[in-house]
Ligand binder design. Sequence first.
Ligand SMILES: Cc1cc2nc3c(=O)[nH]c(=O)nc-3n(C[C@H](O)[C@H](O)[C@H](O)COP(=O)(O)O)c2cc1C
Length: 210
Amino acid sequence: MKEWRTKVFRVVSVILMFAMVVSVVNVNTVSAKVKKKKNIVVLYFSATGTTKGAAKKIKKATKGKLVAIKPAEPYTEEDLDYGNDGSRVTKEHESAKTPAASKVRPEISNLNAIKKAVRKADVVYIGYPIWWGEAPHIVYSFVETVSLKGKTVVPFSTSISSGLGNSGKHLKTRAKISSKTKWLKGRNFYEIPSQKKVNKWVKGLISVHG
Ligand SMILES: Cc1cc2nc3c(=O)[nH]c(=O)nc-3n(C[C@H](O)[C@H](O)[C@H](O)COP(=O)(O)O)c2cc1C
């Protein structure tokens, strides 16, 4: 009788130990999955520094990699004079009804560095100044060339008075995306935002993109 009880006790102990090992392994794999850090890149085009300022704050909040979209031909003050009919930006603007419909695609000088950073990323923030209510043509040069398949995309902009408007949605119409791309609404800032403001925004987004 005593021997029989000892045997049962041994079998139960072995089963319990096995169950414990399995559950520890499970907990570790689940937490490893939850903890897998997302790779974030903060891309931006900035002609006069405001979007760059916002992008730097987003980089700090996300601990992402900051990468500028650099025009092969930088925009001078003269180029940016939207009050002048013959200026570079006015010509770009007047080339079509919208930048999405335009054929003007300013060349990007650091395309390879951008491609490399984006390839590794799970989440891509794309920042730009609002020009005539839209993203500048050079941001279209980016979305039409670099694959955003399977990425989470977060547009952000800076402006004087307009909001982000439909600029993000319009970029999406021309972007190289897949059904797995998550294109978020994004937001605009009216000046270089405080770190506190950006942290709060990014915290809300991290619950979406991880
Ligand atoms: C060509 C051009 C067009 C602009 N159009 C608008 C506009 O439609 N609405 C607005 O609020 N600001 C407009 N702005 C102002 C910029 O959006 C704003 O100054 C922005 O923060 C500049 O960002 P950056 O310093 O990163 O280039 C325009 C500026 C330029 C040069």
